[in-house]
Ligand binder design. Structure first.
Ligand code: UTP
Length: 220
């Protein structure tokens, strides 16, 4: 299968945890051995948010805040890529597609200001016509409402595209914290991208999602 793996920055730890990154490399190697091709998109996590805050305090504009966050995500991507033996982090979708065609694996971070790496992963999934996108997040999956705010929110094992838009759609705001950003949600629904959201604190959940086991939330 052609798989886009989106590793949420929030599960990489604060400060970034090398053990977590190494365990993702191990999981990816297992999936490659099973014959899958994998395009990985890594988020900036806490480091990106610290740099956004520093840039904001310096009076720098949104675009510059985003640019430092993108740089941070690319460092995270490089670390994972180094462990896999593919340390060059592409900065365009075109390069990502040619690398994954050649090497069967590629690791990228952010792409351009004004989006998040959820949207980057969605753009890769669209251009590559992936079979599955997996988001390794810091929640069990998609809930009826934000479980950090609503104690009675329920985990949804299956989510239709209209449900996804109803729960997580809306407008982009910079630095937004959501399980999947609203711009990505709109694209996923419009292009009917198959997506599974899992709890990424256990990287093995990614393998379960790839194998089609019932884990987290499946959209499609
Ligand atoms: P990320 O997409 O790196 O977040 O965006 P994350 O750390 O993985 O977060 P979770 O785990 O999904 O919650 C962080 C910020 O980086 C900028 C945006 O400001 C975004 O809010 N960014 C990221 C861009 O501007 N462009 C990109 O292509 C990626």
């Amino acid at each position: 299968m052609k798989i886009v793996l989106r590793i949420g920055g929030s599960i990489l730890g604060s400060p970034p945890d090398g053990a977590v990154m190494a365990s993702y490399a191990t999981v990816v190697e297992k999936a490659l051995k099973e014959g899958h091709k994998i395009a990985i998109v890594v988020g900036g996590g806490s480091v990106a948010r610290q740099y956004i805050e520093a840039a904001r305090k310096m009076g720098l504009e949104h675009r510059d805040q985003d640019l430092v966050a993108i740089a941070a995500s690319r460092v995270n991507a490089k670390l994972v890529g180094m462990k896999l033996g593919f340390p060059d982090v592409p900065t365009t979708i075109g390069t990502t597609l040619s690398r994954v065609a050649r090497d069967h694996v590629v690791v990228m971070g952010g792409l351009r200001p004004g989006i998040t790496t959820d949207t980057v992963a969605t753009l890769v999934a669209e251009a590559w016509r992936s079979d599955l996108m997996v988001k390794a997040s810091n929640q069990e999956g998609i809930y009826t409402a934000d479980p950090r705010v609503h104690k009675r929110a329920q985990l949804l094992p299956k989510v239709s595209y209209p449900m996804l838009v109803a729960i997580l759609g809306g407008d982009y705001t910079p630095g937004l914290h959501s399980i999947i950003d609203p711009v990505a949600v709109g694209r996923i629904a419009k292009n009917r991208i198959k997506l599974t959201v899992v709890n990424g604190s256990n990287p093995e959940n990614v393998l379960l999602a790839i194998q089609g086991d019932i884990v987290g939330s499946t959209v499609g």
